[in-house]
Every structure is written in C-alpha cells, then in structure tokens.
Ligand binder design. Structure first.
Ligand SMILES: C[S@@+](CC[C@H](N)C(=O)[O-])C[C@H]1O[C@@H](n2cnc3c(N)ncnc32)[C@H](O)[C@@H]1O
Length: 110
C-alpha cells in the first residue's frame, strides 16, 4: 500500500479484504449501532442475527489486517456493545485495555 493518506470509498468489509494482513497499526471506526437511524440505506435496521453476522464480518477483517501490536478504537451504542465485546474477546482473541473513553448520553425527556 502506498505511503501517506489513502482515502478508499466502498464497502468497509469488501475493501478491508484487499488489505494485506497484519499491515494496519490503528483502526478507529464508527460502525452502525443498529438503532434504526436513517443513513440513506438500511444498514442501521438489521435483525439481531443480521447485525451479529455483519459485526463478525467487519471485526474479523479488522483483526486480520491489524498488526500484532495494533489497536482498534470503535464507537458503539450501549445496546450492542456487549455483543461486540464478546466477539472480540472470545472469538477473535483480543484483550480489552483500560477503556480510555466512555460517553453516556442520558436524556431527561426522551
Ligand atoms: C454510526 S454511522 C457513522 C457516521 C459517521 N461517523 C459520520 O459522522 O458521518 C455508521 C455509518 O456506517 C455506514 N456503513 C454501514 N455499513 C457500512 C459498510 N459495510 N461499509 C462502509 N460503511 C458502512 C453507514 O451508512 C453510516 O454512515
């Protein structure tokens, strides 16, 4: 891959498949939270089964391209964070480091 900044437009999972394994040191991502928000597609309105399948696919690719000392930071809603944590820890063998950021947005009159 060329040095510098490369902006790649496309499906994240498909595009990650083209990246050599163990070549990325840091991944920062804001994937769908599956809260039925309108992003102009139906990616945020999946069944639980579909969402876990999608999450497994991008997490597996992310871990594959990561260097051995690499890190993944991702934003995630409370509703599904525990599922992603289990996939990362139990299925993909990653270790949670001390959470470095945790944002909770509580709404008084939701
Ligand atoms: C939580 S939003 C992130 C919004 C982004 N941080 C912003 O400020 O515009 C998740 C985004 O991921 C996009 N998305 C969903 N599935 C994707 C995929 N397979 N590849 C790339 N982007 C995807 C959605 O369309 C949506 O824009």
């Amino acid at each position: 891959m060329a040095e510098g900044i490369n902006v790649i437009c496309g499906d994240a999972v498909d595009e990650m498949k083209k990246i050599p394994g163990g070549s990325i040191n840091l991944i920062v991502t804001d994937p769908p939270y599956n809260l039925s928000k309108n992003y102009g597609n139906n990616h945020d309105s999946m069944t639980l089964y579909e969402y876990l399948k999608f999450s497994r696919s991008w997490l597996a690719e992310a871990v594959r391209v990561l260097t051995d000392d690499g890190s993944i930071y991702f934003f995630m809603g409370m509703r599904f964070i525990s599922y992603l944590y289990i996939i990362l820890e139990q299925e993909l063998g990653l270790t949670l480091q001390k959470p470095e950021a945790l944002f909770l947005r509580m709404i008084k009159n939701a």
